[in-house]
Design a protein around this ligand. Sequence first.
Ligand code: ADP
Length: 465
Amino acid sequence: MRFRLSVSLRLTLWYALTLALLLGGFAAFSYARFHEGLHRDFDHHLAHETRALRPFVGVESGGPVMQTPERIQAVAIRTGGTQGTYVRLLDTRGGVRYQSPNFDGMPPLSLPALGNGTRTLSQPWNGMPARTLLSPITAEDGSVRGWLAVTAFEWSMHQELDRLGSTLALGALAGMALALLGGFWLSRRALLPVARMTDAANQIGATDVRARLPVANGVQDELTDLAHAFNGLIERLDEAVQREKRFAANAAHELLTPLATLRAEAEVTLRRERSSEHYRRVLEATIEDSKRLSQVVNHLLVLARAEQPPAEEATDLSALARTVAGEAAERAARSRIVLEVEASERVAAPIGEALARTVVSNLLDNALKYTPDGGRVRLRVEGTPHEAILDVTDTGIGLSEEDRGRVFERFFRAPSGHSHTAEGSGLGLAVAQAIARAHGGEIHASSPGLGQGSTFTARLPRADA
Ligand code: ADP
């Protein structure tokens, strides 16, 4: 089993790590600053003691001497033990010329190396940290004649530092513990809606696409956005599922009815002997019906294929319009329909020839089909810098406002169109639209009203611009 690390736990761990770094850094910085400050204060204290002692130090030929040592006690050497100040006078070779009485009973304190000027040094003494300020004693001519060494214990200072250190460590640990608990609680609380959404999403089955994720009322945050987005997705899926169901039902119906008719006609014909003329008529009708069936199946195939990504091809819509119109000329003439083509300049669109032909011929086919005898149909191709536009205008039966929005639905046939002609499956425009959309375009239907003709405009991106 894979180790599961929940988001709340991960958030808490990251948060704890950041906090630990922050608190640790802060504690170390405070400690270092305090440590340094204490040392500085202590050195000031030693310097102060040295200044107070200096007037009592005289210089003789053998080296420095302490004058009136009984008086210094009151000035610098206040007490013995850990709180006291220990004073020594050294000659230039390091020989002890004087040491304050509180040295009695103390272990020997090693002599510092003598240098050129004033300096401080830390060293352990009697098991405790001691600090010494060493200052040179000069004669009137400026030559160094000896050294004044003032030593004191830093013991209490280190005690304070230890106390500060442990307080900081304890505070940081307690802060971390509280922050960890609080952080975990907070992130759990913040992620509660996610857990609820997960439960709800688990309830949604493949068939039960009507269920939705809970969306907190009155709150607008990233999680409600997510829930809305997810619900929108299910909504679209739901619509797609419903559409596919309708499509399958319509397709079955559309294929079953002519198949049943075909079969019935054949059965009725075979019941008894018929004249060869009769057989011929029935067979011709059968051919017509099979053609229609093939067309439906073809359209269904194109619809399925049109949803695939477009091929890297380009077709000149003007040339295509002229060809398709030429092929339809005879049919138009039969209905005494004037068929005009306005397509002179080359206008290419990024679409394969076969699919482009399907679009143009479906539109032209409809225009001819839904225009009564003696009407007029015009095919026009026009190019703008970015678009290839093809429109088919007729003086036919037109479209009601309501039907205009629905003509591109699969299997939709307007009642007005239905009464006009029995041909058609209601797939032609759906196919054309699907092809246009798969190639980044769109087909639009417009009509001034029923009986007043209509225009179908296909807009595609331009390939040769
Ligand atoms: P059909 O096979 O029925 O023509 P289409 O998808 O091509 O299927 O068209 C859908 C419906 O749109 C038609 O049944 C008709 O009612 C309407 N229609 C399409 N083209 C025209 C047009 N040029 N004039 C009037 N109505 C049209």
